[in-house]
Design a protein. Structure first.
Lengths: 112, 193
């Protein structure tokens, strides 16, 4: 589970790239728009799904890939599950409070 | 009987008058001829300039945005200042050019038809001053402007307008990548509802 990941994301309003790291259940990352992600992830049994519970901070004035923007810094909580093999290049859909996003996740390397 | 010293014969008077007339002719004749020649030259030049103006407006009578057309209009005041008919029509035409064109539709068609009528009247009056009688209807009917030229002018005008809007930051510049050298796109397709 631990390692560095890149996620290529497409929404209805554009595309973005997210770089994040997972270590011992902690998830932290940042994307091209300057949004910061922080949260936790755990593997559910017996499905082996990865359950993410993160919060991301949207800076004001940034164009969101889901469309629109915010006038003040806004924190958005987000919970979603991904299949165990989500980092194999498949397209996974994530429904955020601001709209749906398609993502392709790639595992870059581990910490060693 | 002999004549007194101061008495004159009629023949002598005539000779004296001829002498005076000859001296006057020798003195003022060349000056008069020169003045007359200069006056003719001025008239000829004026006629030529007026003819050039009429020709310029005839050539561009379907091209109202043509620089030659605009320049010719602006010279009318200079060349026709002593022609009331032309100046009255010129004033009327310039006033009409300054009016706001109505929105597309019947009003606009009538407005533009009226503008063309005033212009044709102006051209007709200008032609008369140089001895050319041009039929009003023929000025309209025999004007030739290929659609291709009008289209090209419109395209150039539109291209300039779009370029200015782009340079002034009021319009984006669309960029499309061609060929097979494009790197593979790592992004997935947009989600569908």
């Amino acid at each position: 589970m631990n390692g560095f990941y890149a996620a290529y994301m497409t929404g209805k309003g554009g595309v973005s790239t997210l770089l994040f790291a997972i270590k011992d259940g902690v998830v932290v990352g940042v994307d091209m728009g300057g949004m910061k992600y922080d949260g936790r992830v755990e593997v559910a049994e017996p499905s082996k799904e990865w359950r993410f519970s993160v919060e991301y901070l949207i800076p004001p004035g940034v164009s969101l890939i889901t469309g629109g923007s915010v006038a003040t810094p806004t924190r958005v909580p987000l919970e979603f599950s991904l299949p165990a093999n989500f980092a194999n290049g498949q397209v996974v859909r994530i429904d955020t409070p601001l709209g749906p996003v398609n993502a392709k996740v790639e595992r870059l390397r581990d910490f060693e | 009987m002999s004549d007194s010293f101061w008495s004159l014969h009629i023949g002598e008077v005539i000779n004296a008058l001829i002498l005076v007339a000859t001296v006057a002719a020798i003195t003022y004749g060349p000056v008069f001829a020169l003045n007359r020649s200069a006056s003719k030259e001025v008239e000829r030049e004026s006629h030529k300039r007026r003819r050039d103006l009429v020709a310029a407006l005839m050539k561009t009578r379907r091209m109202f945005m043509h620089p030659g057309h605009i320049a010719a209009l602006n010279l009318i005041q200079l060349e026709y200042s002593n022609s009331n008919d032309v100046m009255e029509l010129f004033r009327s035409y310039i006033r009409h050019l300054g009016d706001v064109v109505p929105a597309p539709g019947n009003d606009q068609q009538n407005f533009l038809a009226r503008r063309e009528d005033i212009f044709v009247d102006l051209l007709h009056a200008m032609g008369k001053t140089i001895g050319v009688e041009i039929d009003r209807m023929e000025i309209k009917r025999l004007a030739y402007l290929p659609i291709g030229v009008a289209t090209e002018e419109e395209q150039q005008r539109r291209a300039r307008q779009l370029l200015l809007e782009t340079l002034e930051g009021r319009r984006g510049f669309p960029v499309v990548q061609f060929g097979s050298t494009a790197p593979p796109n790592p992004y997935p397709p947009a989600p569908v509802d």
